[in-house]
Design a protein around this ligand. Structure first.
Ligand SMILES: C[S@@+](CC[C@H](N)C(=O)[O-])C[C@H]1O[C@@H](n2cnc3c(N)ncnc32)[C@H](O)[C@@H]1O
Length: 161
């Protein structure tokens, strides 16, 4: 009984505290990820980062297209789900546990995010300082304030930094 209670508490904490540092878990639909990838126009072998990779859906779809993908996830349960569900893609998919705000992002051609509006200005500041620019950013659902997107389709917005 005690273990069950502890497990429930762990699950509740894992899924709720995240709203302090980013968007809560809400997976994109596959077709929205396909749109994001088509806007990005990447070549096989290019690298794309998913900041807050949830259950790893974006990672799996991008890896199937021949891309290298690195996902960041702060929720330990979702980190495990992402990690386990992407093992079959070997070195083409890496899942990193932790808070992406405090990480130095590795070289990549593109970055994907599904974030809340209140974090978009902070995201803009982080990508503006990203040391491997030029980089493309695709955001799902919410725009980056004060920055003009270069293309958009069905609520997916493409930016160039
Ligand atoms: C809206 S979901 C998007 C999931 C996935 N990218 C997709 O589109 O299907 C946001 C995810 O980001 C994770 N997250 C939020 N803030 C984070 C942070 N600061 N560092 C790492 N992961 C974070 C959440 O746990 C959640 O799984």
């Amino acid at each position: 009984m005690l273990y069950l209670m502890l497990l429930i508490i762990l699950i509740v904490i894992s899924f709720s505290f995240v709203i302090l540092v980013g968007a809560p878990y809400l997976p994109s639909f596959s077709y929205q990820i396909e749109i994001a990838l088509s806007l990005l126009e990447l070549k096989p072998g290019d690298t794309v980062l998913d900041l807050g990779c949830g259950d790893g859906k974006f990672l799996r779809i991008a890896a199937k297209q021949g891309l290298k993908v690195i996902g960041y996830e702060i929720n330990p349960i979702l980190y495990l789900v992402s990690w386990l569900s992407t093992r079959r893609y070997g070195d083409n998919v890496k899942v990193i546990f932790g808070n992406y705000w405090s990480k130095t992002l590795p070289p990549a051609e593109a970055i994907f995010v599904f974030l809340l509006p209140k974090f978009m200005t902070k995201l803009d500041a982080k990508i503006s300082k990203y040391q491997y620019r030029p980089v493309k950013l695709v955001t799902f659902a919410f725009k980056v304030p004060i920055r003009k997107f270069i293309k958009s389709k069905d609520n997916v917005f493409l930016y160039q930094y």
